[in-house]
Write a protein that binds this ligand. Sequence first.
Ligand code: GAR
Length: 223
Amino acid sequence: MTASGKKLQVVVLLSGSGSNLQAIIDNIGSMPVEICAVVSNKADAYGLARAEKAGITTCLLDHKTFPDRDSYDRALLELVDNFNPGLVILAGFMRILTTRFVNHFHGRMLNIHPSLLPKFRGLHTHQRALDEGETTHGVSVHFVTEELDGGPLIAQAEVPVNADDDADKLGSRVLKREHRLYPMTIRWFAEGRLKLSDDQLQLDGKSLNGPVIFKPNQDIPLS
Ligand code: GAR
C-alpha cells in the first residue's frame, strides 16, 4: 500500500501496441496501484483493447481533431486531471508534450524509452544502436521533463547486441526487459520509495546520482 494506505491512482497514456501496459496489468497484483484510465491519441492503438479486456476505463483523444499541439495538450491535461492521478505513465505515447503539460505533472510522470539514455533519443533506437556499432543497448525509465526523452534517469537495463541482430531481434529482447523494468519502477514510486524533489532523485531516502543499472544477466525484481 501507499503511505496513506490507499492504492496509487494511475493514468496510462499510449499510442500503440500497449505491451508495456499489459506488463503493468499483469503485475498489478503485487503493486499498490490502480489504473484509473488508459488514454490514447490513436483510435487503432491495440493498448485500448488490452485496457478494455482488463476492465479499465479507456479514453480516445485524437490529436488530428485539434488545430495545434497547444490546444490538444490543454484538452489532454483536463482529461487526465479529471482522474486526479498520483502518477501519469507514458507507455509508448508517441507525442511531444508541451511545457505546460510536463510542468503540471512534474515529479509524477514517468516515461520508458528503448535505449540507454542519453544515447539515442527519439525514434528508431534499435537500428541506430546497430548502425553505431554498439555492443550494449537497452532501456531507460525516467521522470519526464521538457527535454524530449530527457529528465532524471531512474533505472536502466542493459541488453547485449548480438552479431546476427537486426532491429527487430534486438528490439524484442529490449522489450522483454522493458516489461520488467517499468513495473518495478512504478512499484518503487507507488510504495513511496522513489521521489523527485527539487530535481533531485531519491530512492529509499538516499540521493540517486545516476540510474540503477541492471546488467544483461541480472534479474529485475518484480516484487
Ligand atoms: C516501447 O518500446 C517504448 O519503450 C517506446 O515505445 C514502445 C511502446 O511499446 N517508447 C518510446 O519510444 C518513447 N520515446 P508498447 O506499446 O508495446 O508498450
